[in-house]
Design a protein around this ligand. Structure first.
Ligand SMILES: [Cu+2]
Length: 112
């Protein structure tokens, strides 16, 4: 429950910055695509600032994601905890975001 609140708060913060609708997170373990709801993917590049394996979040100072977000520092929720393995603050990464019904998760991370 605590995780949901934190993730929701962070998402809202970014939503405000990005002028996007507030996402709602209904489940703290999986983010399953909903039937009939399309999802969009975006690719970004940034530098890892912090990782929280327990909350499965990663803070990234990312560059502009064209047509989606301006450059900023923000937390993302990783779809799988293993995505955060072997990463540390200062690492430069390329990542893939998937947004489904307003819920954004990281689905892939690659070190640059
Ligand atoms: Cu952002």
């Amino acid at each position: 429950m605590k995780i949901n609140i934190i993730v929701a708060l962070l998402s809202v913060m970014c939503s405000v910055a990005c002028q996007r609708p507030s996402p709602t997170i209904t489940n703290n373990s999986t983010v399953a695509p909903q039937r009939g709801v399309t999802s969009a993917t975006h690719r970004g590049v940034g530098v890892v600032e912090a990782i929280d394996p327990e909350k499965r979040t990663i803070k990234i100072n990312h560059e502009e994601i064209k047509g989606y977000m301006e450059a900023m520092s923000m937390d993302f929720h990783a779809r799988e905890a293993t995505l955060l393995n072997d990463l540390k603050p200062g690492d430069r990464i390329e990542f893939t975001l998937e947004e489904t019904a307003g819920i954004v998760v990281i689905t892939n991370i690659k070190k640059l």
